[in-house]
Structures are given as structure tokens and as C-alpha cells.
Design a protein around this ligand. Structure first.
Ligand code: AMP
Ligand code: MG
Length: 390
């Protein structure tokens, strides 16, 4: 059995980012940049008005001044207008500033009188003018390779005129849920059977972290079926198999993988829940064997599969987000494995929810955070702890 840190290091030392690809800017939300990007246009692109109003020369537009209107400049094509002393140009938000003008008086501060306006306020230079480059300068870095593309970043890339963006490759994941006891929701439940909850759980996680569910199938505890399922799944980048990775005679995953020529790099990790976790390589696929208990499958997915998927997608920040929380109860890990407590983070506090055994799916379903306690570690009520949230 190896430590959780060793296991993660080994996995992340083995998987590598997939080849990058270019995608239309409308399709890059949530993906990871494969290159650095720099501004090739300043923002704003040109001096423009921040208001609907009148473009003026500030020094010639004191309160009480009357100015003659000489033209109109809407947003869109630049009409190349000019403002001189005693004159003003009607202007709209986003419209290019006419030459000579250095301020905009908003229309609420003006009395319009035919072709003239009466200024009802004092005007300072630069007022309501958005200067070229004041938001973003040419050449400034706008996106770092490995960072995730959010909606505002996608907007920023588009504002640079970029129609295609280099992002990390697609990670296709095949999911196999093993167990003779499993049936599909909707089927009639016979004594001894249970519904397969891990398939939707794992499909949800795979999609949530931006990978593609290439296939998801159930497989009985039978060597032939398992061999076929694993072989077919291995054409993808990742295979996630749940159940059958433990030590019973009916736990056939490891043996079957070896029979197919797989290299098993990790089996059994000092983590609770999730000890029988397995990691190996079958053909060109990375194989993650997760225990069948749903909470074990969930925790080992978050700790080991998630960072591997992210790294393959070119992400650089692989850690789960953490928040600081006040613990609502005393907690102690008297075991020899790192223990992940499931619970709820709410209004700055964290407390465990439901039973903490690896089969207790209900408690997990009500949780939004994990608190890791190292072997022998204890935490007191009201102590500040770091909680991983998903
Ligand atoms: P195993 O890892 O195959 O020994 O299974 C451990 C426990 O998880 C057993 O109680 C199984 O019935 C349960 N289990 C395995 N696969 C699933 C699944 N897909 N959905 C719900 N429970 C499962
Ligand atoms: Mg089983």
C-alpha cells in the first residue's frame, strides 16, 4: 500500500497533456488554453464616448455656455467630425470621439434648444471619454497556457478579433461498472440486486470536469465479459472501472487487466474511503480501478482521476478548490489512512453529514465538501480547517 501523495505523484508523473487543437472561440468555454495569448489590439480600440450626450472642448464648455451643434456621431462608422471652440457634436455611447473634443457632457446635463445646447454643469477634460488602451494595452498578457477559459475570457479573446483558440485535447473516458448484483434503473429489482448508481455518478463527474463520456456500460463479474469490455474501452484515453478491484475471488479486474497485458502501477492506497484503488496502463489507455462503494468511487475519482483528466486537458491548476471553514464538531482520525470526511460547507462552517462509511451515498448526496485528516490528526470544534469543495 502506498500513500495518497505517492499515488497522486505517480499518476501525474505518468499522464501527459494531449495534443492541442484549435477551436472556434464560441466553443472554448471551460477548456484550457494551450498557449499564452497577448493583446494584439488595445482596449478600448479607439477613444470613444461613455455616454449619450455631446462631445465638447472642456475649456470652452463652462456651466452656462451655449454651444452650436455641428453634427452627429453615432456608434459605428467614424464620420471624421471635428469640434472647435463654441461648437459641439451630438454623440452616443461607444461612438468615436470627434477630433478636437476632449470631453462628453451627458445629455441629462444639457438643455437642447434646436441647433444649440445650453450646458448646465461644469465640464472637466476627459469626462465621459474612454481613452484608447486605458483598459488593456497592446502586448499585455490576456491568457496563460493552462488556465481555464471562463465566459469573460472567451469574450476578451473575441474582442481581440481571435476566431480560433488553441486549447488542450479531448479526453475520452470509457466507464465500466462491474458487479453481478447490478441492474439498471427502471428494471424490476429482485432479491439481492441493487440499482447501478455508480454509472450516473461517474458520468456526471467525467462531464463536470470537461471530459467526454465515450461509453458507459455494465459488466458482470465474469472474466470473459470483463476482458471484452476492457479491451473495447482501451481505445479511449481513459478507462474508469468500478467494482471488482478488491481482494475477493470475484474481484476480477486486476487479474483480467494483467491477462490483457496491462501494466499495474498502483494497487491499494492509504486513503479512506478508497483503499483498493488501482491505476495502470492498458494499450494506450490509462486505467483507473475504483472501488464499487459509491463514496469510495467518488473520493478516489476526485483525488486521482480528476487531476489526471485536467492534466491531459492541459490544465495547470490540478488541486481541488479549498475554502477555510470553522469546524462544527470534534473530529479524529484514529486510522492509518488519510480519511476524507464528507460534509457540508455553509456560511463559513463545515460539519460532517450522514454516515461516514463508504456505502453511505445519501450523506454524500447532501455534501459539498471534503475534509482530509491525516492519520492520527484531530481537529476540535470551532477550529479553522481547510475544506476541499467541488
Ligand atoms: P466491490 O468493489 O465490487 O467489492 O463492491 C463494493 C460494494 O459496492 C458492494 O456492496 C457493491 O454492491 C457496491 N457496488 C458496486 N458497484 C456498484 C454500483 N455500480 N452502484 C452501486 N453500488 C455498487
Ligand atoms: Mg463487486
Amino acid at each position: 500500500m502506498i500513500s495518497e501523495e505517492e499515488a497522486r505523484q505517480k499518476i501525474l508523473g505518468t499522464v501527459t497533456p494531449l495534443g492541442a487543437r484549435k477551436l472556434p472561440v464560441l466553443q472554448v468555454l471551460g477548456r484550457f488554453a494551450a498557449e499564452d495569448y497577448f493583446a494584439r489590439l488595445p482596449l478600448p480600440v479607439f477613444d470613444n464616448s461613455a455616454m449619450d450626450g455631446y462631445a465638447v472642448i472642456a475649456s470652452a464648455s463652462r456651466k452656462g455656455a451655449r454651444l452650436r451643434l455641428t453634427g452627429e456621431q453615432p456608434a459605428g462608422a467614424d464620420r471624421n467630425l471635428r469640434v472647435s471652440n463654441g461648437n459641439a457634436v451630438r454623440i452616443f455611447t461607444g461612438a468615436p470621439m470627434p477630433a478636437g473634443a476632449d470631453a462628453v457632457v451627458m445629455q441629462e446635463d444639457v438643455t437642447r434648444d434646436g441647433d444649440e445646447i445650453l450646458i448646465n454643469t461644469d465640464v472637466a477634460p476627459d469626462e465621459f471619454v474612454r481613452r484608447r488602451g486605458c483598459d488593456l494595452g497592446m502586448g499585455q498578457k490576456i491568457l496563460t497556457a493552462g488556465d481555464q477559459i471562463t465566459a469573460p475570457i472567451a469574450g476578451l479573446l473575441a474582442s481581440q478579433g481571435l476566431d480560433e483558440i488553441a486549447v488542450g485535447g479531448d479526453v475520452r473516458v470509457a466507464i465500466i461498472s462491474t458487479g453481478d448484483e447490478l441492474i439498471n434503473p427502471g428494471e424490476k429489482l429482485h432479491p439481492g440486486q441493487i440499482y447501478d448508481g455508480n454509472s450516473p455518478l461517474l458520468q456526471g463527474l467525467v462531464k463536470h470536469y470537461g471530459a467526454i463520456v465515450a461509453s458507459s456500460q455494465r459488466c458482470s463479474d465474469d472474466a470473459n465479459s470483463l476482458r471484452e469490455a476492457l479491451h473495447a474501452a482501451a481505445k479511449n484515453e481513459i478507462v474508469v472501472v468500478t467494482g471488482g478491484v478488491s481482494v475477493g475471488e470475484r474481484d476480477l479486474v486486476q487479474k483480467t487487466l494483467r491477462g490483457l497485458g496491462a501494466e499495474i502501477d498502483i494497487w491499494r492506497v492509504a486513503i479512506k474511503p478508497g483503499k483498493p484503488f488501482l491505476f495502470g496502463r492498458l494499450e494506450n489507455a490509462f486505467v483507473f480501478g475504483l472501488p464499487g462503494n459509491p463514496v469510495s468511487a467518488f473520493v478516489t475519482f476526485l483525488q486521482f482521476v480528476r487531476p489526471a483528466i485536467l492534466k491531459m486537458m492541459s490544465a495547470t491548476d490540478l488541486a481541488l478548490p479549498k475554502v477555510s471553514a470553522r469546524l462544527t464538531v470534534d473530529l479524529f482520525n484514529d486510522g492509518e489512512r488519510a480519511h476524507y470526511f464528507r460534509g457540508k460547507f455553509e456560511q463559513g462552517a463545515f460539519g460532517p453529514i450522514g454516515r461516514q462509511e463508504s456505502h453511505a451515498l445519501f450523506g454524500l448526496s447532501q455534501s459539498n465538501g471534503l475534509l482530509r485528516l491525516a492519520p492520527g490528526e484531530s481537529c476540535k470544534r470551532d477550529e479553522l480547517v481547510e475544506v476541499q469543495v467541488w
